[in-house]
Design a protein around this ligand. Sequence first.
Ligand SMILES: Cc1cc2nc3c(=O)[nH]c(=O)nc-3n(C[C@H](O)[C@H](O)[C@H](O)COP(=O)(O)OP(=O)(O)OC[C@H]3O[C@@H](n4cnc5c(N)ncnc54)[C@H](O)[C@@H]3O)c2cc1C
Length: 386
Amino acid sequence: MIARTLFSPEHEQFRDAFRRFLDKHAAPHHAHWEAQGHVARELWTQAGRDGFLCMTLPESLGGAGADLLYSVVQMEEVARAGFTGIGFGLHSEIVAPYIAHYGTPAQQARYLPRLASGEMVGAIAMTEPAAGSDLQGIRTTATRQGEGYVINGSKIFITNGWHADLVIVVAKTDPARGAKGVSLFLVERGMPGFTRGQPLHKLGMKAQDTAELFFQDVQVGAGQLLGGPAQEHRGFAMLMEQLPWERLQIAITAVAAAEAALQWTVDHVQQRQAFGQAIAQFQNTRFKLAELQTQVQVARVFVDRCTELMQARQLDTATASMAKYWTTDLQCQVMDECVQLFGGYGYMWEYPITRAYADARVQRIYGGTNEIMKEVISRSMGLGGR
Ligand SMILES: Cc1cc2nc3c(=O)[nH]c(=O)nc-3n(C[C@H](O)[C@H](O)[C@H](O)COP(=O)(O)OP(=O)(O)OC[C@H]3O[C@@H](n4cnc5c(N)ncnc54)[C@H](O)[C@@H]3O)c2cc1C
C-alpha cells in the first residue's frame, strides 16, 4: 500500500482525540438519532466545548487557527465510523468559510464565534422544490424594502436545516439578471416568517437532519446581506468560488467510507464459512476484494493529492468535480459489492455495511449531481455544453 504523506504526528494525535470524542458522544446514541431523524442538539454544544467546530477559523474569531487537514481528519473519522448524522463538515467547512471569506467585520464578529462554540448551528440553503441542478432557476426572492429586504420562497433538502440557527439563503435580488442577480442572506432562527418542516424521511443518512425551510415575508436588515452592499448580486460568483473545497469534502468522505467498508468485509469473509471453508477462500471473493482495494487505493492517492492542492489553493473546479464524481461512484460500487459478500446480513439494518450502503447513495446526488460534474469536466476540456 502507498503510505499517506498528508498528515503530521500532530494530526494523528488529533485523530485519536476526535475518535475518542465520537466513541463517547456519538457511538452510544447514533441508532437513536437515526430513529428520531436528527442528532441531539447537545452534540453540537459538546463539540464546540471540546474545540471540534470551525477549527480552521482564526483564533480571534473563535477557531483554532488550524490547517485544513484537521478538518479532513474529522471528515474521515465521521465517515469511517458511519456517523453520517453528524453535520460538522457542512457547518465548519462550508457555512463558516462563507462568512469568513465574504462577511463584513460585523457579520464575522456576530456569527463566527457562535458557530465555533456550537451556540449556533449553520446551514446553507440553495436547493428549491423546482430548482436543484439548475440553480439559476430558483424562485426565492429578496426584494428591497427601505434599507433592508423582504425574503419570500422555500428551500428543500437542507442539511442541518432542522437544527439550524443560522441559514445562508440564496435568493434573487434582481430576477431579470439571472446568475448576476443572486445574493446570499444570513437568516436567523426566530426571524418572523422563517419556519421549517420536520426532518425529511430519507433512504439513508437517517440521523442527519435534512429539512424544508419556508420564508414568508421575512424582513431582514441590510446587515443580513452577506458581505454588505458591495456583494449584492454576487451570490452566484461566491457559490462558484467555494465549489472546489465543497466537492473535495464529499470525495474525502467517499474514500474514507469505502476504506472502512472494505475492512469490515475483509473481516467478515474471513470468519463466515460456506461449503466447509471461509468465504474468503473463494477466488471470486478474493478477486472482487482485490479489485475494490486497487480502485480505492487509486482514489486515495488522487484525493490526497487534491487535498494538497486545496491547501495550496490550487485546486480547480474541474479537478474537484472529477474527485467528487469518480470517488462517489466508486463508493457506491464498493458498498454494493461488499453487501453482496455479506449475504443476507448485508441487508440487515444493524450491520454497519447496510447503513453504509444506504448512506452512500446520496453522495452521487448532492453537492452537484455526478452528471453535473461531468458537464463541468467536459466544459474544462473545451467541449462546450451548458
Ligand atoms: C440528503 C440531502 C442533503 C442535501 N443537502 C443540501 C443542502 O444542505 N443545501 C442545499 O442547498 N441542497 C442540498 N441538497 C440538494 C441537492 O444538492 C440536490 O438534490 C441536487 O443538487 C440535485 O438537485 P435536484 O434534486 O433538484 O435534482 P434535479 O436537478 O431535478 O436532477 C434530476 C436528474 O437530472 C439530472 N440533470 C439535471 N440537469 C442535468 C444536465 N444539465 N445534464 C445532465 N443531467 C442533468 C441530474 O443529474 C439528476 O440525475 C441535499 C440533497 C439531499 C438528498
